[in-house]
Design a protein around this ligand. Sequence first.
Ligand SMILES: NC(=O)c1ccc[n+]([C@@H]2O[C@H](COP(=O)([O-])OP(=O)(O)OC[C@H]3O[C@@H](n4cnc5c(N)ncnc54)[C@H](O)[C@@H]3O)[C@@H](O)[C@H]2O)c1
Ligand SMILES: O=C[C@H](O)CS(=O)(=O)O
Length: 482
Amino acid sequence: MTIALADPSLLREQCYVDGQWIGTASIDVTDPATDERLAGIPAIDEAGTRAAIEAAEAALPEWKAKTAGERSRILRRWFELLIAHQDDLAMILTREQGKALAEAKGEIAYAASFIEWFGEEAKRIYGEIIPSHRADSRIVVIKQPVGVVAAITPWNFPAAMITRKAAPALAAGCTMVLKPATQTPLTALALAVLAERAGVPRGVFNVVTGSSRVIGAELTGNPLVRKLSFTGSTEVGKTLMAQCAPTMKKLSMELGGNAPFIVFADADLDAAVEGAIASKYRNSGQTCVCVNRILVQRDVAPAFAEKLKAAVAKLKVGPGTEAGVTQGPLIDEKAVEKVEEHVADALAKGGTLVSGGHRHALGHSFFEPTIISGCTPEMKLADEETFGPLAALFLFDTEEEAVALANATEVGLSGYFYTRDLSRAWRVGEALEVGMVGINTGLISTEVAPFGGIKESGMGREGSRHGIEDYVEIKYLCMAGI
Ligand SMILES: NC(=O)c1ccc[n+]([C@@H]2O[C@H](COP(=O)([O-])OP(=O)(O)OC[C@H]3O[C@@H](n4cnc5c(N)ncnc54)[C@H](O)[C@@H]3O)[C@@H](O)[C@H]2O)c1
Ligand SMILES: O=C[C@H](O)CS(=O)(=O)O
């Protein structure tokens, strides 16, 4: 094992199924900053995935029969264990995903917050009594757990994307089979270690690793699975949605984004630059809600670009474990090639390189924090999620033009804008075709608010009091003859 931990038992190289650690490592997990092999994970097959689903099904009756208080107390213990092991979990996360250690520690706290939140929400899954349509009847509405939930999660937030699903699912009385991203399974397995220690019963939370297609086919095709909760690209989301149709599974889809960031002439430019940096370069730009297009009103564009360039120059690129580093490596070579493709395309179509633009001298999958001005809707970066440290500057003249530019995309996850005009804040906030809007801020993610998108950014909400609704079914009881 090549990751130094205070509690080495958190580093697992096996799947967690029905309370047992199973399988033999056959797939390498590597550090994107060094390409060093960190550990190995099993490649579970169709039969192994089916066994995990059947274990979740077998565990369901006892788990959903627990009181809300009993489930709440187990989730609280899981939360407390994540906090107690925050440093080790962050180290595992940084080594397998690459993000700066400070960001990883923040992600562990963010991941833990969903467990704390839904441990509390477990006790507030209320039904209702509706005034009846008949004198001799009574109408009661109750909410019951959906059942066995399959979860498939991405590599960019290896802890939070998991607990944002597992916490509401378990709180509602569901059981889960999780397939984490192949690039970042070690964090998921460490979360399973702590779930076991918290008293989550065998079969309630299962983690399987291996071929996405093999595991995905079983998770989406097996009728015992009543819901799929997916976070990842829109492309894969569409595939999985189609695979779930034959068994009519309930779906939660947290998909791709292409966030606009609008800077109006009346904005506080220093605050706007701070917000742009926080949103654009978090996790080296590998975040679903990060800025993808920066739209600046013409009068303030030169000043904004200069301020942004100065702020970008202060970013420090390096291995996430190195003190002071703010920009870790991208996840892999394919991610670097995507950024290179967007840079080359933008420059070929008239863009101007303001900062960066090249692979970093550190090699591996490091890339220079980049700014390109003079961007236009004809460029690939206008239509596609770059998912890297590339800030694309566009010009606009009127509010109407800015909103039209912002909404010219099939996705609609998040959007941001800076203005001091209260009326404009309402107009633009209501006009943006997204699920989440940051007004005078570049950071919007919190467990207390509903996270999710519209259009091709998916369906459902995670976090907030809304997040648990995706894991319950509503049942109407009509009691007659009274
Ligand atoms: N909306 C959100 O909350 C949110 C959060 C994080 C990331 N994302 C999006 O995720 C993408 C980046 O993550 P990614 O590269 O891991 O996405 P991805 O879609 O390539 O993979 C996501 C997960 O799906 C699995 N997968 C891939 N193909 C599959 C298949 N055919 N069958 C079953 N599983 C399959 C992967 O192994 C991984 O676990 C970006 O588009 C980003 O915007 C969205
Ligand atoms: O990548 C998108 C995740 O949802 C990250 S966060 O929730 O914005 O931290």
